[in-house]
Write a protein that binds this ligand. Structure first.
Ligand SMILES: [Cu+2]
Length: 456
């Protein structure tokens, strides 16, 4: 006898995650200013869309290429007697991971991650920090050379910044590289709910090899349990959402480049897990990170680079035309609203059971017998699920479902982009004869060698 209670508590049949992720299709309306390139509705015409990130606060054409914070923005500054003045505001923000999944998070200046601070080696920076949270905070400038009293560990380097107070940090930038900022006060909570940002310092005198497109992102994880609106800071390993700059695919912006351009992807990790970040289409060079850009004889080629917690890695490559996936290679990290420790239903005939459960949970469908792809299909069919919860796998491409979520985006390299044009060029037009295609629909096709064929 199956009761609703022991079904939900024991998860002996089906799985809660299965239910959790089988949500109704959302009205994927394109919110203003968001590039929802992966989310086209059927029949909607594809066109170049304005990117979400506003124009960088620093002028183009200078000694460096301004970074582009994927789905994010760069904090404007004011010059005051030769000092670059920035102002961060720690506060609660309404954040959208993707249409259909919103939460009350904490961040800076209205966003998570907070805006990117961008400056040049040799600059003197003055950073005001106003605390609009209801608990004390501080800001730690991760990886920077600075006076000990500016390092931002509450209680160790400075008194805490109490609610409504503003503190000022001031120091010269003695290095270049990819860095971060984050609280060092009630860290477990404040970071878990989104407080973090990038701090990019360009080398004085420019780069020996010019960078044409300079992307940056922070990796994070969130315990936004199905049906809830506040990330749970008590979780240590089993997270629901895996994000690039607090966005999940397909709400992540694509990275765009022109064929032959030198592209850098700067990645920082303030999550609880290591992330092997993998780029399709090219071997990239690992050219640096916190320590700035390394001498070229220390560069190494990889296709996957692990970015450890608290680490920064810079990847560089020359763009080759196509649509190339960029993602964490832990397969659970390219999914959303995951359950863990589920019963393994692959190969299990659940017919009969489904009907019984449906009497108690309308709309229930037994899933997972032949894998999880059918999940996405059921979602498309409109099964109801918990509110504020996205399907485990989503995203549409030119050839169908991408079955991705979480830490995934697409690098789009095209021959004819203007320099500095970051608009989504749409899907790649593959040259004739260069797409994998079907040659048979029979499993008996050909005569391949197999060990112990089942029907021999
Ligand atoms: Cu990962």
């Amino acid at each position: 006898m199956i009761s609703r209670r022991n079904l939900l508590s024991g998860m002996s049949i089906g799985s809660l995650a299965t239910l959790a992720s089988a949500v109704a299709p959302r009205a994927f309306a394109q919110p203003e200013g968001h590039d929802m390139s992966g989310m086209q509705m059927p029949g909607k015409m594809e066109k170049a869309k304005a990117p979400e990130s506003p124009a960088p606060a620093v002028p183009r054409g200078g000694a460096y290429t301004p970074v582009r914070t994927l789905n994010g923005w760069t904090l404007p500054y004011k010059m005051n007697n030769g000092v670059k003045e920035f102002h961060l505001v720690a506060e609660e923000v309404e954040h959208e991971f993707a249409p259909g999944s919103v939460a009350k998070c904490w961040g800076y200046n209205g966003s998570t991650p907070g805006p990117t601070i961008e400056a040049v080696e040799g600059d003197r920076v003055r950073i005001f920090v106003t605390n609009r949270l209801k608990e004390p905070t501080t800001v730690h400038w991760h990886g920077l050379y600075l006076p000990s009293g500016m390092d931002g560990v509450g209680g160790l380097n400075q008194p805490h910044i109490q609610p409504d107070e503003t503190f000022v940090y001031e120091f010269p930038l003695k290095q270049h590289g990819t860095h971060m900022y984050h609280p060092h006060a009630d860290e477990m909570v404040q970071m878990a709910v989104g407080m973090m940002g990038l701090f990019i310092i360009h080398p004085k005198g420019g780069e020996p090899r010019k960078i044409d497109r300079d992307y940056c992102m922070l990796l994070h994880n969130w315990a936004l349990h199905p049906g809830t609106y506040r990330p749970d800071p008590s979780i240590m390993t089993d997270f629901d959402l895996w994000t690039l700059n607090s966005k999940i695919f397909p709400a992540t912006e694509p990275m765009v480049a022109r064929t032959g351009e030198r592209v850098r992807i700067r990645i920082g990790n303030l999550s609880m897990h290591e992330h092997p970040m993998h780029l399709h289409g090219v071997q990239f060079w690992v050219t640096g990170g916190d320590g700035g850009r390394l001498p070229e004889n220390l560069w190494r080629t990889e296709v996957t680079e692990i970015v450890g917690v608290g680490q920064m890695r810079d990847l560089e490559f020359i763009g080759i035309p196509g649509d190339w996936a960029f993602h964490c290679h832990k397969s659970h990290h390219t999914m959303n609203a995951m359950g863990h420790g589920l019963p393994n239903n692959i190969g299990v005939d659940q017919s009969g059971v489904e009907k019984k459960i449906r009497a108690m949970l309308p709309g229930y469908m037994a899933m997972g017998k032949d894998g999880m792809t059918e999940h996405g299909e059921h979602v498309a069919m409109g099964l109801p699920g918990p509110e504020n919860t996205l399907p485990m796998m989503m995203g549409k491409g030119p050839f169908g479902d991408l079955e991705m979520g979480g830490m995934f985006t697409v690098l789009k390299v095209r021959d004819n982009l203007a320099p500095g044009d970051y608009r989504d060029p749409g899907w790649y037009a593959n040259p004739k004869g260069t797409v994998a295609k079907r040659v048979s629909q029979s499993p008996d096709f050909g005569n391949p060698i197999r060990r112990k064929p089942k029907n021999a």
